[in-house]
Design a protein around this ligand. Sequence first.
Ligand SMILES: *Cc1c(COP(=O)(O)O)cnc(C)c1O
Length: 478
Amino acid sequence: MNNRDRILLMDRSIPTRKAFNFPSSDVPKQKLPNKNILRKKISLPEISQLEIIRYFTNLSRLNFSIDSNFYPLGSCTMKYNPKINEEIASFSGFQNIHPLQDSKSTQGAIKLIKLLQEFLGEITGLKGVSLAPLAGAQGEYSGLLIARKFHSSNNNNKKNIAIIPDSAHGTNPASAAMAGFDVMTVKSDNSGNVDIEDLKKIINEKIAVFMITIPSTLGLFEPNILKITSMVHKYGGLVYADGANLNALLGLIKLNDLGVDICHSNLHKTFSTPHGGGGPGSGPVMVTEDLSDFLPSPIAKVNKASYELFTPNNSIGKINGFHGSFGILVRAYSYIKSLGSEGLKQVSKNAIINANYIQSQLKNEYSLYSDRYCMHETVLSASKQKNKAIKGLDIAKRLLDYGIHAPTMYFPQIVDEALMIEPTESESKETIDNFIETMKNINDEISNSPEIVKSSPHNLPVKRLDEAKAARNPILKR
Ligand SMILES: *Cc1c(COP(=O)(O)O)cnc(C)c1O
Protein backbone atom coordinates (compact mmCIF):
# COMPACT_ATOMS: atom_id res chain seq x y z
CA MET A 1 0.00 0.00 0.00
CA ASN A 2 1.49 3.38 -0.87
CA ASN A 3 1.01 6.39 1.39
CA ARG A 4 -1.69 7.93 -0.82
CA ASP A 5 -3.89 4.90 -0.22
CA ARG A 6 -3.42 5.05 3.52
CA ILE A 7 -6.49 7.18 4.04
CA LEU A 8 -6.82 6.66 7.75
CA LEU A 9 -4.19 7.84 10.14
CA MET A 10 -4.30 4.35 11.67
CA ASP A 11 -3.14 2.86 8.34
CA ARG A 12 0.13 4.77 8.76
CA SER A 13 0.79 3.71 12.32
CA ILE A 14 4.11 1.98 13.04
CA PRO A 15 4.66 0.79 16.63
CA THR A 16 7.01 2.99 18.72
CA ARG A 17 6.92 6.01 16.37
CA LYS A 18 6.09 9.23 18.20
CA ALA A 19 5.22 12.79 17.25
CA PHE A 20 5.55 14.13 20.76
CA ASN A 21 7.52 13.44 23.93
CA PHE A 22 5.71 14.02 27.16
CA PRO A 23 7.77 15.59 29.96
CA SER A 24 8.16 13.34 32.99
CA SER A 25 5.24 13.65 35.34
CA ASP A 26 5.57 16.18 38.16
CA VAL A 27 2.48 15.02 40.04
CA PRO A 28 2.36 11.97 42.28
CA LYS A 29 0.98 8.77 40.76
CA GLN A 30 -2.67 8.21 41.61
CA LYS A 31 -4.35 4.90 42.20
CA LEU A 32 -6.42 3.90 39.18
CA PRO A 33 -10.11 3.12 39.66
CA ASN A 34 -11.51 -0.36 39.49
CA LYS A 35 -10.06 -2.28 36.52
CA ASN A 36 -13.52 -3.28 35.31
CA ILE A 37 -14.35 0.24 34.28
CA LEU A 38 -11.05 0.87 32.52
CA ARG A 39 -10.57 0.22 28.83
CA LYS A 40 -8.28 -2.72 28.16
CA LYS A 41 -6.49 -1.06 25.28
CA ILE A 42 -7.08 1.86 23.05
CA SER A 43 -5.63 1.91 19.63
CA LEU A 44 -4.01 5.22 18.91
CA PRO A 45 -1.90 5.79 15.81
CA GLU A 46 1.84 5.79 16.38
CA ILE A 47 3.36 8.17 13.92
CA SER A 48 6.22 10.66 13.62
CA GLN A 49 5.71 14.41 13.68
CA LEU A 50 6.71 14.89 10.04
CA GLU A 51 4.35 12.14 8.93
CA ILE A 52 1.43 13.57 10.83
CA ILE A 53 2.05 17.11 9.52
CA ARG A 54 2.16 15.78 5.96
CA TYR A 55 -0.93 13.71 6.55
CA PHE A 56 -3.07 16.63 7.74
CA THR A 57 -1.60 19.16 5.32
CA ASN A 58 -2.37 16.90 2.38
CA LEU A 59 -5.81 16.12 3.74
CA SER A 60 -6.57 19.85 3.99
CA ARG A 61 -5.52 20.32 0.37
CA LEU A 62 -8.23 17.94 -0.81
CA ASN A 63 -10.74 20.67 0.00
CA PHE A 64 -11.75 23.60 -2.11
CA SER A 65 -11.46 26.83 -0.16
CA ILE A 66 -11.60 30.52 -0.89
CA ASP A 67 -7.88 30.70 -0.01
CA SER A 68 -7.06 28.17 -2.71
CA ASN A 69 -9.66 28.42 -5.50
CA PHE A 70 -12.22 30.65 -7.21
CA TYR A 71 -15.53 29.93 -5.50
CA PRO A 72 -18.48 31.44 -7.42
CA LEU A 73 -21.16 29.79 -5.28
CA GLY A 74 -24.28 31.91 -5.83
CA SER A 75 -26.24 33.25 -2.88
CA CYS A 76 -23.30 32.36 -0.63
CA THR A 77 -20.99 35.36 -1.18
CA MET A 78 -17.75 33.42 -0.92
CA LYS A 79 -15.62 36.54 -0.74
CA TYR A 80 -12.09 36.68 0.55
CA ASN A 81 -11.80 36.65 4.35
CA PRO A 82 -9.16 39.32 5.04
CA LYS A 83 -6.47 38.06 7.39
CA ILE A 84 -6.44 41.32 9.37
CA ASN A 85 -9.87 40.28 10.71
CA GLU A 86 -8.37 37.07 12.08
CA GLU A 87 -5.52 38.97 13.68
CA ILE A 88 -7.83 41.41 15.42
CA ALA A 89 -10.21 38.67 16.58
CA SER A 90 -7.21 36.95 18.16
CA PHE A 91 -6.33 39.93 20.40
CA SER A 92 -6.30 38.55 23.91
CA GLY A 93 -8.75 41.24 25.07
CA PHE A 94 -11.31 39.76 22.68
CA GLN A 95 -10.31 36.14 22.77
CA ASN A 96 -9.86 35.54 26.48
CA ILE A 97 -12.94 37.23 27.91
CA HIS A 98 -15.92 35.36 29.30
CA PRO A 99 -19.56 36.24 28.64
CA LEU A 100 -20.32 36.12 32.36
CA GLN A 101 -17.59 38.63 33.20
CA ASP A 102 -18.65 41.87 34.86
CA SER A 103 -19.39 44.56 32.24
CA LYS A 104 -16.86 46.88 33.91
CA SER A 105 -14.08 44.57 32.75
CA THR A 106 -15.49 44.10 29.21
CA GLN A 107 -16.16 47.70 28.21
CA GLY A 108 -14.18 47.39 24.97
CA ALA A 109 -16.12 44.33 23.84
CA ILE A 110 -19.51 45.90 24.60
CA LYS A 111 -18.42 49.09 22.86
CA LEU A 112 -17.58 47.02 19.78
CA ILE A 113 -21.07 45.47 19.87
CA LYS A 114 -22.59 48.95 20.16
CA LEU A 115 -20.55 50.33 17.25
CA LEU A 116 -21.33 47.35 15.02
CA GLN A 117 -25.04 47.81 15.82
CA GLU A 118 -24.68 51.43 14.67
CA PHE A 119 -22.84 50.48 11.47
CA LEU A 120 -25.52 47.96 10.48
CA GLY A 121 -28.24 50.45 11.41
CA GLU A 122 -26.61 53.02 9.15
CA ILE A 123 -26.07 50.58 6.27
CA THR A 124 -29.70 49.38 6.25
CA GLY A 125 -31.40 52.54 7.57
CA LEU A 126 -33.04 50.30 10.18
CA LYS A 127 -31.73 51.65 13.47
CA GLY A 128 -32.90 48.96 15.89
CA VAL A 129 -30.25 46.24 15.76
CA SER A 130 -29.64 42.97 17.59
CA LEU A 131 -26.48 41.01 16.87
CA ALA A 132 -27.73 37.96 18.75
CA PRO A 133 -28.84 35.64 15.88
CA LEU A 134 -26.28 32.96 15.07
CA ALA A 135 -27.17 32.45 11.40
CA GLY A 136 -29.20 33.98 8.60
CA ALA A 137 -32.07 31.61 9.22
CA GLN A 138 -32.04 32.45 12.93
CA GLY A 139 -32.13 36.16 12.00
CA GLU A 140 -35.19 35.45 9.87
CA TYR A 141 -36.84 33.53 12.67
CA SER A 142 -36.13 36.37 15.14
CA GLY A 143 -37.45 39.00 12.73
CA LEU A 144 -40.63 37.03 12.14
CA LEU A 145 -41.19 36.54 15.87
CA ILE A 146 -40.86 40.33 16.16
CA ALA A 147 -43.55 40.76 13.49
CA ARG A 148 -45.74 38.30 15.33
CA LYS A 149 -45.31 40.00 18.68
CA PHE A 150 -45.87 43.43 17.13
CA HIS A 151 -49.24 42.36 15.74
CA SER A 152 -50.34 40.57 18.90
CA SER A 153 -49.37 43.56 21.06
CA ASN A 154 -51.70 45.61 18.82
CA ASN A 155 -54.43 42.99 19.34
CA ASN A 156 -54.18 42.02 15.71
CA ASN A 157 -54.14 38.29 16.33
CA LYS A 158 -56.01 37.60 13.09
CA LYS A 159 -52.96 38.62 11.12
CA ASN A 160 -51.40 35.23 10.51
CA ILE A 161 -50.37 35.15 6.85
CA ALA A 162 -46.85 35.50 5.50
CA ILE A 163 -46.74 36.17 1.75
CA ILE A 164 -43.50 35.06 0.11
CA PRO A 165 -42.50 35.22 -3.60
CA ASP A 166 -41.71 31.93 -5.33
CA SER A 167 -38.18 33.21 -5.99
CA ALA A 168 -37.45 33.53 -2.24
CA HIS A 169 -34.54 31.82 -0.54
CA GLY A 170 -35.64 28.40 0.76
CA THR A 171 -35.15 29.36 4.39
CA ASN A 172 -37.85 32.09 4.12
CA PRO A 173 -40.97 29.91 3.96
CA ALA A 174 -39.40 27.53 6.50
CA SER A 175 -38.74 30.34 9.01
CA ALA A 176 -42.23 31.79 8.48
CA ALA A 177 -43.84 28.41 9.12
CA MET A 178 -41.70 27.91 12.24
CA ALA A 179 -42.75 31.33 13.51
CA GLY A 180 -46.35 30.14 13.23
CA PHE A 181 -47.51 31.93 10.07
CA ASP A 182 -49.55 30.44 7.24
CA VAL A 183 -47.37 30.81 4.17
CA MET A 184 -48.83 31.96 0.85
CA THR A 185 -46.73 32.07 -2.29
CA VAL A 186 -46.86 34.90 -4.80
CA LYS A 187 -45.69 34.13 -8.34
CA SER A 188 -42.91 35.77 -10.30
CA ASP A 189 -43.68 37.22 -13.71
CA ASN A 190 -41.70 36.49 -16.88
CA SER A 191 -38.96 38.96 -16.04
CA GLY A 192 -38.43 37.58 -12.56
CA ASN A 193 -40.31 40.33 -10.70
CA VAL A 194 -43.09 39.82 -8.19
CA ASP A 195 -46.29 39.36 -10.21
CA ILE A 196 -48.25 42.37 -8.94
CA GLU A 197 -51.56 41.07 -10.29
CA ASP A 198 -51.07 37.81 -8.42
CA LEU A 199 -50.17 39.73 -5.25
CA LYS A 200 -53.36 41.84 -5.56
CA LYS A 201 -55.36 38.63 -5.75
CA ILE A 202 -54.01 37.09 -2.55
CA ILE A 203 -53.33 40.08 -0.30
CA ASN A 204 -55.93 40.91 2.37
CA GLU A 205 -56.27 42.20 5.94
CA LYS A 206 -54.86 38.95 7.32
CA ILE A 207 -51.39 39.66 5.99
CA ALA A 208 -48.92 39.87 8.88
CA VAL A 209 -45.73 40.06 6.87
CA PHE A 210 -44.50 40.17 3.31
CA MET A 211 -41.09 38.53 3.11
CA ILE A 212 -38.93 39.31 0.13
CA THR A 213 -35.32 38.46 -0.67
CA ILE A 214 -33.49 41.61 -1.85
CA PRO A 215 -31.91 41.36 -4.36
CA SER A 216 -34.02 38.37 -5.40
CA THR A 217 -32.42 34.95 -5.68
CA LEU A 218 -32.43 35.55 -9.44
CA GLY A 219 -29.85 38.25 -8.69
CA LEU A 220 -32.33 40.90 -9.78
CA PHE A 221 -33.50 44.14 -8.25
CA GLU A 222 -37.27 44.35 -7.81
CA PRO A 223 -38.31 47.48 -9.76
CA ASN A 224 -41.79 47.53 -8.18
CA ILE A 225 -40.51 47.34 -4.62
CA LEU A 226 -41.98 50.72 -3.57
CA LYS A 227 -45.37 49.80 -5.00
CA ILE A 228 -45.23 46.45 -3.20
CA THR A 229 -44.17 47.79 0.19
CA SER A 230 -46.83 50.49 0.18
CA MET A 231 -49.47 47.93 -0.77
CA VAL A 232 -48.40 45.73 2.15
CA HIS A 233 -48.45 48.70 4.53
CA LYS A 234 -51.92 49.68 3.33
CA TYR A 235 -53.15 46.29 4.57
CA GLY A 236 -51.37 46.76 7.89
CA GLY A 237 -48.65 44.22 7.09
CA LEU A 238 -44.94 44.54 7.81
CA VAL A 239 -42.25 44.13 5.15
CA TYR A 240 -39.41 41.73 5.89
CA ALA A 241 -36.36 41.90 3.62
CA ASP A 242 -34.00 38.96 3.53
CA GLY A 243 -30.74 40.89 3.21
CA ALA A 244 -28.41 37.92 3.73
CA ASN A 245 -26.59 39.20 0.67
CA LEU A 246 -26.22 42.94 0.96
CA ASN A 247 -23.29 42.77 -1.38
CA ALA A 248 -25.14 44.66 -4.12
CA LEU A 249 -26.55 47.35 -1.85
CA LEU A 250 -23.80 48.57 0.50
CA GLY A 251 -23.74 52.36 0.47
CA LEU A 252 -25.99 52.40 -2.59
CA ILE A 253 -29.46 51.65 -1.19
CA LYS A 254 -30.80 51.55 2.36
CA LEU A 255 -33.45 48.89 2.83
CA ASN A 256 -35.53 51.22 5.00
CA ASP A 257 -35.80 53.67 2.07
CA LEU A 258 -37.54 50.88 0.13
CA GLY A 259 -40.23 50.57 2.81
CA VAL A 260 -38.66 47.66 4.66
CA ASP A 261 -39.53 47.33 8.37
CA ILE A 262 -37.42 44.31 9.34
CA CYS A 263 -34.40 42.65 7.78
CA HIS A 264 -31.47 40.46 8.60
CA SER A 265 -28.03 40.28 7.06
CA ASN A 266 -25.40 37.57 7.12
CA LEU A 267 -22.08 38.75 8.49
CA HIS A 268 -20.64 35.50 7.10
CA LYS A 269 -21.58 36.60 3.59
CA THR A 270 -21.63 40.34 3.08
CA PHE A 271 -19.20 41.20 5.85
CA SER A 272 -16.44 38.74 4.98
CA THR A 273 -16.47 36.47 8.01
CA PRO A 274 -15.64 32.83 7.23
CA HIS A 275 -18.41 30.36 6.50
CA GLY A 276 -19.18 26.97 5.15
CA GLY A 277 -16.93 24.61 7.04
CA GLY A 278 -14.96 27.67 8.17
CA GLY A 279 -16.76 28.75 11.26
CA PRO A 280 -19.86 29.90 13.08
CA GLY A 281 -22.21 32.35 11.40
CA SER A 282 -24.01 35.49 12.44
CA GLY A 283 -27.29 36.90 11.14
CA PRO A 284 -28.06 40.20 12.91
CA VAL A 285 -31.65 41.44 12.76
CA MET A 286 -32.42 45.10 12.01
CA VAL A 287 -35.78 46.84 12.55
CA THR A 288 -37.38 50.29 12.46
CA GLU A 289 -37.24 52.28 15.68
CA ASP A 290 -40.94 51.45 16.26
CA LEU A 291 -40.12 47.76 16.42
CA SER A 292 -36.86 47.97 18.35
CA ASP A 293 -38.54 47.26 21.68
CA PHE A 294 -39.18 43.70 20.46
CA LEU A 295 -35.56 42.85 19.55
CA PRO A 296 -33.92 39.74 20.96
CA SER A 297 -31.49 40.43 23.80
CA PRO A 298 -28.84 41.48 24.53
CA ILE A 299 -28.54 44.96 23.00
CA ALA A 300 -25.59 47.21 23.79
CA LYS A 301 -26.10 50.84 24.79
CA VAL A 302 -24.13 53.71 26.32
CA ASN A 303 -25.20 54.97 29.69
CA LYS A 304 -23.25 57.91 31.13
CA ALA A 305 -20.10 57.06 29.19
CA SER A 306 -20.19 53.41 30.17
CA TYR A 307 -21.28 50.59 27.91
CA GLU A 308 -23.86 48.09 29.04
CA LEU A 309 -26.10 45.33 27.74
CA PHE A 310 -29.84 45.34 28.21
CA THR A 311 -33.01 43.48 27.31
CA PRO A 312 -35.71 45.59 25.62
CA ASN A 313 -39.05 45.72 27.52
CA ASN A 314 -41.07 43.74 24.95
CA SER A 315 -38.17 41.59 23.77
CA ILE A 316 -38.96 38.30 22.04
CA GLY A 317 -36.37 37.03 24.54
CA LYS A 318 -33.08 35.29 24.12
CA ILE A 319 -32.52 33.18 21.05
CA ASN A 320 -29.23 31.64 22.16
CA GLY A 321 -26.86 31.46 25.07
CA PHE A 322 -25.02 34.75 25.30
CA HIS A 323 -24.07 37.59 22.95
CA GLY A 324 -24.20 35.94 19.52
CA SER A 325 -21.02 34.78 17.76
CA PHE A 326 -18.76 37.36 19.37
CA GLY A 327 -15.57 36.42 17.50
CA ILE A 328 -17.50 36.85 14.25
CA LEU A 329 -18.76 40.26 15.35
CA VAL A 330 -15.16 41.37 15.86
CA ARG A 331 -14.23 40.23 12.33
CA ALA A 332 -17.20 42.04 10.74
CA TYR A 333 -16.39 45.19 12.72
CA SER A 334 -12.80 45.01 11.53
CA TYR A 335 -13.95 44.55 7.91
CA ILE A 336 -16.27 47.56 8.01
CA LYS A 337 -13.69 49.75 9.78
CA SER A 338 -10.91 48.84 7.38
CA LEU A 339 -13.03 49.72 4.31
CA GLY A 340 -14.92 52.76 5.58
CA SER A 341 -18.08 54.01 3.91
CA GLU A 342 -16.44 54.72 0.55
CA GLY A 343 -14.76 51.33 0.57
CA LEU A 344 -18.04 49.55 1.27
CA LYS A 345 -19.71 51.36 -1.61
CA GLN A 346 -16.86 50.25 -3.87
CA VAL A 347 -17.37 46.65 -2.70
CA SER A 348 -20.93 46.69 -4.02
CA LYS A 349 -20.04 48.45 -7.25
CA ASN A 350 -17.32 45.90 -7.96
CA ALA A 351 -19.52 42.94 -7.00
CA ILE A 352 -22.19 44.18 -9.42
CA ILE A 353 -19.82 44.89 -12.30
CA ASN A 354 -18.12 41.50 -11.91
CA ALA A 355 -21.44 39.64 -12.08
CA ASN A 356 -22.62 41.66 -15.06
CA TYR A 357 -19.34 41.11 -16.87
CA ILE A 358 -19.72 37.35 -16.51
CA GLN A 359 -23.36 37.51 -17.57
CA SER A 360 -22.60 39.54 -20.69
CA GLN A 361 -19.72 37.27 -21.71
CA LEU A 362 -21.62 34.01 -21.28
CA LYS A 363 -25.13 34.85 -22.37
CA ASN A 364 -24.63 33.51 -25.88
CA GLU A 365 -23.32 30.12 -24.77
CA TYR A 366 -25.75 29.74 -21.86
CA SER A 367 -29.30 31.10 -21.49
CA LEU A 368 -30.59 33.79 -19.18
CA TYR A 369 -33.86 33.62 -17.30
CA SER A 370 -34.22 37.32 -17.83
CA ASP A 371 -31.92 39.46 -19.98
CA ARG A 372 -31.56 42.38 -17.58
CA TYR A 373 -28.68 43.88 -15.70
CA CYS A 374 -28.11 41.73 -12.65
CA MET A 375 -27.03 42.69 -9.16
CA HIS A 376 -24.31 40.78 -7.27
CA GLU A 377 -24.99 37.45 -9.01
CA THR A 378 -26.22 36.09 -12.31
CA VAL A 379 -28.39 33.05 -12.88
CA LEU A 380 -27.50 31.22 -16.07
CA SER A 381 -29.51 28.32 -17.38
CA ALA A 382 -28.05 25.24 -19.05
CA SER A 383 -31.27 24.63 -20.96
CA LYS A 384 -29.52 24.69 -24.36
CA GLN A 385 -26.96 22.16 -23.12
CA LYS A 386 -29.81 20.01 -21.81
CA ASN A 387 -30.87 19.51 -25.45
CA LYS A 388 -27.51 17.80 -25.93
CA ALA A 389 -28.22 15.54 -22.93
CA ILE A 390 -25.89 17.47 -20.62
CA LYS A 391 -27.19 18.70 -17.30
CA GLY A 392 -26.23 21.70 -15.20
CA LEU A 393 -24.78 19.19 -12.76
CA ASP A 394 -22.35 17.86 -15.41
CA ILE A 395 -21.09 21.38 -16.11
CA ALA A 396 -20.64 22.04 -12.40
CA LYS A 397 -18.65 18.80 -12.00
CA ARG A 398 -16.48 19.61 -15.01
CA LEU A 399 -15.63 23.02 -13.53
CA LEU A 400 -14.04 21.19 -10.60
CA ASP A 401 -11.55 19.61 -13.01
CA TYR A 402 -10.45 23.12 -13.95
CA GLY A 403 -9.89 24.08 -10.32
CA ILE A 404 -13.07 26.15 -9.96
CA HIS A 405 -15.69 25.50 -7.32
CA ALA A 406 -19.14 24.65 -8.70
CA PRO A 407 -21.76 27.38 -8.79
CA THR A 408 -25.02 26.95 -6.89
CA MET A 409 -27.24 24.62 -8.93
CA TYR A 410 -30.93 24.00 -9.47
CA PHE A 411 -31.78 27.09 -7.47
CA PRO A 412 -33.87 29.16 -7.80
CA GLN A 413 -36.24 26.39 -8.76
CA ILE A 414 -38.13 28.55 -11.26
CA VAL A 415 -35.07 28.46 -13.56
CA ASP A 416 -34.52 25.36 -15.67
CA GLU A 417 -31.03 23.85 -15.06
CA ALA A 418 -30.00 26.89 -13.03
CA LEU A 419 -26.34 27.78 -12.54
CA MET A 420 -26.21 30.62 -10.05
CA ILE A 421 -22.90 32.44 -10.21
CA GLU A 422 -21.65 34.99 -7.71
CA PRO A 423 -18.08 36.14 -8.34
CA THR A 424 -17.99 38.74 -5.49
CA GLU A 425 -15.85 41.87 -5.55
CA SER A 426 -12.74 40.02 -4.36
CA GLU A 427 -11.73 38.49 -7.66
CA SER A 428 -9.34 39.95 -10.23
CA LYS A 429 -10.22 40.42 -13.89
CA GLU A 430 -7.75 37.63 -14.74
CA THR A 431 -9.55 35.14 -12.48
CA ILE A 432 -12.92 36.11 -13.89
CA ASP A 433 -11.64 35.92 -17.49
CA ASN A 434 -10.29 32.47 -16.74
CA PHE A 435 -13.71 31.43 -15.46
CA ILE A 436 -15.45 32.81 -18.57
CA GLU A 437 -12.99 31.02 -20.84
CA THR A 438 -13.45 27.80 -18.90
CA MET A 439 -17.24 27.99 -19.19
CA LYS A 440 -16.84 28.53 -22.95
CA ASN A 441 -14.40 25.59 -23.17
CA ILE A 442 -16.86 23.36 -21.38
CA ASN A 443 -19.55 24.43 -23.82
CA ASP A 444 -17.23 23.43 -26.69
CA GLU A 445 -16.53 20.11 -25.01
CA ILE A 446 -20.27 19.49 -24.80
CA SER A 447 -20.40 19.73 -28.61
CA ASN A 448 -17.14 17.89 -29.34
CA SER A 449 -16.58 15.34 -26.60
CA PRO A 450 -19.62 15.27 -24.29
CA GLU A 451 -18.45 12.07 -22.55
CA ILE A 452 -15.61 14.00 -20.87
CA VAL A 453 -18.13 16.36 -19.34
CA LYS A 454 -20.63 13.66 -18.42
CA SER A 455 -18.09 11.53 -16.59
CA SER A 456 -16.29 14.40 -14.83
CA PRO A 457 -14.64 15.12 -12.48
CA HIS A 458 -11.46 13.36 -13.60
CA ASN A 459 -8.79 15.26 -11.65
CA LEU A 460 -10.20 15.09 -8.13
CA PRO A 461 -9.47 12.46 -5.48
CA VAL A 462 -13.17 11.50 -5.49
CA LYS A 463 -14.66 10.93 -8.93
CA ARG A 464 -18.32 11.01 -10.04
CA LEU A 465 -20.52 9.68 -7.26
CA ASP A 466 -23.86 8.00 -7.45
CA GLU A 467 -25.64 10.80 -5.62
CA ALA A 468 -28.55 8.80 -4.25
CA LYS A 469 -26.23 6.05 -3.02
CA ALA A 470 -23.75 8.55 -1.58
CA ALA A 471 -26.52 10.07 0.51
CA ARG A 472 -28.16 6.80 1.63
CA ASN A 473 -25.18 4.57 2.00
CA PRO A 474 -22.16 6.79 2.59
CA ILE A 475 -18.71 5.20 2.86
CA LEU A 476 -17.00 7.79 4.98
CA LYS A 477 -13.53 6.23 5.04
CA ARG A 478 -12.70 6.51 1.35
C1 LIG B 1 -27.58 32.14 2.96
C2 LIG B 1 -28.90 32.74 2.91
C3 LIG B 1 -29.81 32.54 3.96
C4 LIG B 1 -29.55 31.62 5.14
O1 LIG B 1 -28.46 31.97 5.91
P1 LIG B 1 -27.81 30.88 6.90
O2 LIG B 1 -26.75 31.62 7.64
O3 LIG B 1 -27.29 29.79 6.04
O4 LIG B 1 -28.88 30.40 7.81
C5 LIG B 1 -31.03 33.18 3.87
N1 LIG B 1 -31.35 33.94 2.80
C6 LIG B 1 -30.50 34.15 1.77
C7 LIG B 1 -30.90 35.03 0.63
C8 LIG B 1 -29.25 33.55 1.78
O5 LIG B 1 -28.41 33.74 0.76
